[in-house]
Design a protein around this ligand. Structure first.
Ligand SMILES: Nc1nc2c(c(=O)[nH]1)N[C@H]1C(S)=C(S)[C@@H](COP(=O)(O)O)O[C@H]1N2
Ligand SMILES: [Mo]
Length: 410
């Protein structure tokens, strides 16, 4: 807290005499301008922006995977989800160093005296506990999840969703409660006092104290540069997992583009998913008024299409590939169903959350949605879904079902 503010508020603070305070509780312990209201508000602004964008893109991903009746997600542009989910993971990662910086600018508040003072003060400090707890938990579990380490027994996706609401709610409450401080902190020097409703004389005094403290400190600029470099380094070394031009410097991302069979990453292998061996008895069944039961030879007799489409894992990595196969719409039409029929696509995989997915009408009808048998010019590798996988434009990877054996109208 700046000494100017201390002086202004000091008269109103009840508490034991200065001599009774010890260690960091003594007045003037934290005099660095890096702990100023101004610094806290500016870092907070960036952190708030990162959190808001991260929340909105995360909510979008949630709605695509659990669409309520009013929700519409288009099949084109094919790259849209790749961008929204890439931004979700990138802003979440950037928020980690930002949160650490923010906590460092404000931690002297832990030693404010008196500790509670009033009921409203106690409530406000408790709300900070919820805020910091929810934000830290959200960022940390998100990071562990994209590193593909799952050391928990709860279902990550549901927890991540609800903690997201808790975190953004706590951010909103915090911004509301701190509005005067934020306004002062973000105001240009000189107008700060006016925004705070001080008399002209007080404002001049405050501005003088604040700017002297800030300007005298060379460390202020070094701090901003270090914080910026931290955020930049995290972003630069991870964003290549979805933004391929930066793939070469993507040393910290868990998924390196190009790794995996046929030049594409694999999240779940055929072996781990315990996919039964595919033999001559394999059939692709399409339920409908004219039920189809197709062998791979039957499937090859349909018109073959090739589409260049990305796989975009919800965990942030994405990669484009050329897929070859039969249009889902062609199969639906052959089964005497409208081309925009909402369908469930089911895998040979017997257990697991991702063995099924629902294809919404815009995606079923899209001429780019394929039941693919080929990838980058050769038959699908078992880990990419041999013999048949779904690939549709603008859809999360988790909905691009592999080892497909059945298509059923919803
Ligand atoms: N049957 C089945 N399909 C699946 C999965 C799965 O676990 N089982 N994983 C999905 C997920 S989470 C992703 S990101 C993509 C990954 O595709 P790839 O392994 O072919 O790159 O496949 C999807 N299809
Ligand atoms: Mo995924």
């Amino acid at each position: 807290m700046s000494s100017g503010l201390d002086r202004l508020l000091g008269a109103r603070l009840p508490g034991p005499p200065e001599g009774a305070r010890h260690g960091p509780f003594r007045e003037g312990t934290f005099s660095s301008p890096l702990h100023s209201e101004r610094r806290a508000a500016r870092v907070g602004l960036w952190l708030g922006l990162a959190f808001t964008v991260c929340f909105l893109t995360g909510l979008t991903s949630h709605l695509i995977q659990n669409p309520p009746g009013w929700f519409y997600w288009p099949a084109s542009p094919a790259w849209l989800y790749r961008v929204t989910q890439g931004v979700h993971v990138a802003t979440g990662l950037a928020a980690i160093p930002l949160l650490l910086v923010k906590l460092w600018t404000v931690y002297p508040k832990l030693f404010e005296w008196p500790p509670a003072g009033s009921v409203s003060r106690a409530v406000s400090r408790l709300s900070i506990l919820v805020l910091v707890g929810a934000c830290a938990m959200q960022l940390l579990t998100g990071l562990i999840n994209i590193a593909e380490w799952y050391p928990w027994t709860f279902f990550f996706t549901t927890t991540h969703y609800w903690t997201g609401w808790l975190a953004i709610g706590a951010v909103a409450v915090h911004v509301g409660a701190k509005a005067p401080e934020i306004r002062r902190g973000l105001a240009r020097r000189g107008t700060a006092g006016a925004a705070a409703g001080l008399t002209e004389e007080q404002a001049v005094e405050r501005a003088a104290v604040d700017s002297a403290a800030e300007y005298q400190s060379v460390s202020r600029r070094a701090f901003v540069v270090a914080a910026g470099l931290g955020v930049g380094a995290v972003t630069l070394t991870t964003v290549g997992q979805s933004f391929s031009p930066l793939g070469a410097v993507s040393v910290l991302s868990p998924r390196v583009p190009g790794l995996g069979p046929q030049g594409l990453p694999v999240r779940q292998t055929a072996q781990r998913a315990r996919v039964p061996d595919v033999g001559a008895d394999y059939r692709l069944v399409v339920e409908g008024p004219n039920r189809l039961e197709l062998t791979l030879v039957d499937l090859a007799a349909f018109p073959q299409r090739s589409e260049r489409l990305p796989i975009t894992c919800v965990e942030g990595w994405s990669a484009s590939a050329t897929w070859t196969g039969v249009r889902l719409g062609d199969l639906l039409e052959k089964a005497a169903l409208p081309r925009d029929t909402e369908v469930t696509v089911e895998s040979l995989q017997e257990r697991g959350l991702y063995r099924k997915s629902t294809v919404a009408p815009p995606h079923a009808a899209s001429p780019r949605t394929l039941l693919a048998t080929g990838l980058n010019g050769s038959p699908l590798d078992p880990d990419h879904g041999y013999p048949v996988r779904l690939i549709a434009p603008n859809r999360p990877g988790v909905l691009q079902t592999k080892w497909v054996t059945k298509v059923t109208p919803v």
